[in-house]
Design a protein around this ligand. Sequence first.
Ligand code: BTN
Length: 335
Amino acid sequence: MSDESSRLKLLEILASREGETVPGAFLTEKLALSRQAVFKLVGALRDEGLDIRSIPQKGYKVQNLAETDAMSPTLVSLLLRGNPVFHTCLYFPQTTSTQRVIKKLAAQDAPQGVVAAADEQTEGRGRRGRSWLGGTGKNLQFSVLLRPSLRPGDVQLLNLAAGISVRNVLRKHYDVAADLKWPNDILANDKKLCGILSEAAGEPDKIYYAVTGIGLNVNTAATEIPDGLASVATSLLLEKNRFVPRVSLLLRILNEFAEHITMLESAGGKAELLSIYRKSCDTIGRSVRVIQDENEYCGTASDITEQGALVVRIDGEDKIFAAADVCHLRLKQGE
Ligand code: BTN
């Protein structure tokens, strides 16, 4: 067994008896390893940030795994068991960009479902060539490798699926009134909580791979929001006034995202996903300002096309935007 699978097996045993002390002799037998080797594995899991207690003369125990904030790749990989799409998590205390990490893995033929998470990105990237400032160790910054059976023109649908997923998780599990701004910004009280970037490589009729990256502000305090962004950015901590453990948040997003990807690839799934998106997207029905390249347009967002583009009614005519920046201008009718 590799060190990685031994770590996974050890954590699996400890997690299956969470809160109990598991005898050292039981672990050495189950893992077919010496006490010394088990001790080393425990050390490696602690280095990932897991709180594994040694109970002298008795054994080891883990507790409160659901409260784990440290981005332990072994814990995430263990909790991904049963997820139909995502399976392996790689973790980087610091990297340039998790998008870049996943693209490199994709070029080396890595399978769909690998997740790369980082505590700090030195070249974090946002949409439309912007940079993404995700801070250090407080937020979620991760990218996933997908090899979807979609046409290249449908890549935007992955983006929409990711947006719906994050919105649902924040609403269902964290009681955050998260709004989805086309294509996939998540806002709370009109401030940005999360950004999503999907990129793909392929031929005109085939996607080789797609990379979806998610940056979600989780435990950033007001004083940690970069200069000039305080009026436009927020975090879960600021919205709910409580610390949010990142591992369970990440897992919930990956579970929800996997469901939507599975939907997208099923017969009739695109139409189903678009129908959910149209209902979930707060942009539809709003007066908007759309900025595309050097041009600005004002109108009313009226629909989403089958490929996920935004339809805006401008001076009595529909204009379709496949990629653009959108500002919500006024309240929806009836608000
Ligand atoms: C945006 O709103 O402009 C999209 C932001 C996407 C940021 C995430 S953080 C993880 C992944 N790695 C990157 O460099 N970017 C994405």
